[in-house]
Design a binder for this molecule. Structure first.
Ligand SMILES: C[S@@+](CC[C@H](N)C(=O)[O-])C[C@H]1O[C@@H](n2cnc3c(N)ncnc32)[C@H](O)[C@@H]1O
Length: 254
């Protein structure tokens, strides 16, 4: 599975033969994405427009969950994993690309009031995140939600976060966007803090599909983190969860 190159014509043809009912949807999406790309050109503006279009249909679908059951399950998976890795209520957490709080609502509920910070490039999904806070009665937890244009994290203080988390964000990011994050995340990490991110892993050629889904080799991302003085390791235990993406943890040296 990690060796499949989804951008290859042979893959697309074989997939279409196996899933004829999905051809019309793919063609529609390709047409829409081409128009959005022509109208925007830089990745963040483009992806913001994709999120606007997707969340107009359903904010759960916009973050990758076609059903509420899936939304609840993937959120729980994120939460259970970090709980098993020592998350405590008194910790401060930054979630990059928080979406409509699929995992975030559980982190907000668990952490002490004011300890959750979520950022996203999409105003539409941040409005949906506010609705999630209301829906789950989390107002008293005073979560911070911020709209961002880039991943420089300049508005956040040094050494502030015990946990930084980005689930299913780098799977939608070209390498310069990931590099920008890795160049700056070390500054906001507490000395013993960690930054976990998931990514679509390939063991073959790196590729992208519709500028929406990006596939990387593990060594590319660990190497990039190391270039910015960080320590990076592949999280083998995450593979046991059965989630389609893989996970890397980044820490400060020493
Ligand atoms: C697939 S959704 C996942 C949302 C959330 N992490 C979750 O697991 O439900 C990806 C989210 O990342 C956001 N995003 C994409 N690129 C981003 C970037 N460069 N900085 C911050 N957020 C980004 C999108 O707007 C979207 O809300």
């Amino acid at each position: 599975m990690h060796g499949n190159n989804r951008s290859r014509l042979s893959y697309k043809v074989a997939y279409a033969i196996r899933n004829p009912d999905r051809i019309a949807g793919y063609v529609r999406r390709r047409g829409r994405d081409t128009l959005l790309w022509l109208a925007t050109q830089d990745h963040v503006s483009y992806y913001r427009a994709v999120m606007r279009s997707d969340s107009g249909r359903s904010s759960d679908a916009a973050v990758g969950s076609e059903s509420r059951e899936s939304w609840l399950r993937i959120g729980q998976l994120q939460f259970d994993y970090l709980l098993g890795h020592g998350l405590k209520p008194g910790m401060r957490m930054l979630e990059i690309g928080c979406g409509n709080l699929r995992g975030g609502r559980l982190f907000i509920d668990y952490l002490d009031a004011g300890n959750y910070y979520g950022t996203d490039i999409s105003p539409d999904i941040l409005l949906a995140a506010q609705r999630t806070i209301t829906q789950f009665g989390l107002q008293r937890k005073l979560p911070h939600l911020s709209l961002v244009d880039d991943l420089r994290l300049e508005f956040l203080p040094d050494e502030c976060f015990d946990v930084v988390h980005a689930h299913s964000v780098f799977s939608h990011s070209p390498l310069p966007v990931i590099e920008e994050c890795l160049a700056h995340v070390g500054r906001v990490l507490a000395p013993a803090g960690f930054f976990d991110f998931t990514f679509d892993r390939t063991q073959g050629a790196e590729h992208q599909v519709l500028r929406e889904d990006f596939y990387y080799r593990t060594e590319t991302l660990t190497g990039l983190a190391e270039r910015y003085g960080l320590v990076a390791r592949f999280m083998a235990d995450w593979e046991q969860t059965g989630h389609a993406q893989s996970r890397i943890r980044v820490t400060r040296p020493g």
